[in-house]
Write a protein that binds this ligand. Structure first.
Ligand SMILES: [Zn+2]
Length: 366
């Protein structure tokens, strides 16, 4: 069984705090700031005290000089090398593969990132904010540790289903305390060779951690499968839902990994097919107020409604089929749902059947 550790990562925690300060003081049209009590306090703190100049310069350099090419997750990757120089080589490999345009600037970004984190850390040292964050972090680690037995059980079952124990046998998973200052993502996983770091922003949401955990072996399988298969790449993009493409872009490997994981957790495990009927069940608002509150809390949903001129519960109910067909209908998810059923059946006669081999055979013909 893979090793799972719960511990803080100072680099990413500082960086997310810096994101919050930066976007509070220098608002940009993209990104969102979560409104939990600690985030609000931090915003007040930076409105009063300003942001350390060195980290401001670093974030300007990333966000402005490189436009949208360096974003939250790339900067977070760099920040995880803070006090962890052994991660530098894996980081470089990741950047060369996934962000080739910034590879020539790797050392410049790497050094500036670590230096600015030092400077930022000093600027908040001994502040009440820093103490509050430390206290909340310690409390959160204890909470996460109490969830660990449940999480391990879920993960063990998942690995058994996929026959993937071998794939993560030597991997160390570091689950950080809750990210109190989420900016765009709810969760993310960061690969450094045999070390995978999972950061999520919802304290008790095991599903979110499970999702990130599954990436550890699903993503490499998908990348291998799609590497030279241009037809399949095209099909994946055509067959997935509009909603997924809005969230993950038109990148086949991302879309297929996400769909394999979402369909497994949100559909297959609870035996709920990705159909219009089940969509209606999941979006059955009891009152206008409930609908309006849901709109407010889910900006993606709100945007999609606006585009179809849906602004109240009545119009949502009237146009629910149109809404489903436009955004939610997901043939790829339907195919994957069947794929999991077949895989489960096949395993009855062949308990050692590896998911990777099955997936390659099955998806070749879609
Ligand atoms: Zn994902």
């Amino acid at each position: 069984m893979a090793k799972i550790i719960i511990k803080n990562e100072e680099g990413s925690q500082l960086m997310y705090l810096a994101f919050l300060a930066y976007f509070t003081l220098y608002p940009k049209p993209w990104g969102r700031i979560d409104q939990n009590p600690l985030a609000k306090k931090a915003q007040m703190y930076f409105l009063r005290n300003g942001l350390d100049q060195e980290i401001k310069n670093f974030l300007d350099f990333c966000f402005l000089d490189f436009q949208n090419y360096i974003g939250e997750s790339t900067i977070t990757y760099f920040s995880l090398a803070y006090h962890n120089p052994q991660r530098k080589l894996s980081l470089l490999k990741f950047i060369k593969k996934n962000k080739p345009k910034i590879a020539p600037f790797f050392n410049q970004i790497y050094n500036a990132c670590l230096k600015s984190l030092d400077s930022f850390k000093k600027s908040i040292e001994n502040s009440s904010l820093q103490k509050q964050i430390q206290k909340a972090t310690q409390k959160d680690i204890l909470n996460k540790k109490s969830l660990l037995p449940d999480l391990k059980k879920v993960i063990k079952e998942d690995l058994e289903f996929f026959n993937a124990e071998e794939k993560v046998k030597e991997t160390v998973f570091i689950i950080t305390p809750t990210n109190f200052f989420p900016y765009q993502f709810d969760a993310g996983s960061y690969f450094f060779g045999k070390e995978i770091i999972i950061i999520s922003s919802e304290p008790n949401n095991l599903n979110l951690i499970e999702h990130e955990f599954l990436h550890a072996f699903i993503t490499p399988i998908v990348e291998k499968l799609l590497a030279k298969n241009f037809n399949l790449q095209k099909n994946v993009i055509n067959l997935t839902s509009q909603k997924r493409k809005e969230t993950y872009g038109n990148i086949a490997s991302h879309l297929l990994s996400e769909e394999l994981i979402y369909t497994y957790i949100n559909n297959f495990k609870i035996k709920q097919t990705p159909s219009y009927d089940n969509f209606l069940k999941n979006y059955s608002f009891k009152s206008e107020r409930e609908f309006q509150e849901f709109l407010k809390e889910h900006s993606g949903f709100q945007k999609r409604c606006q585009k179809l001129k849906i602004n109240n519960l009545h119009s949502f109910q009237k146009k629910s089929k149109l809404f489903f067909d436009t955004y939610e209908k997901n043939i790829l998810s339907e195919i994957i749902y069947q794929l999991y059923n077949h895989f489960q059946n096949k395993k009855e006669n062949n308990p050692d059947l590896k998911f990777e081999r099955f997936l390659f055979k099955y998806l070749k013909n879609i």
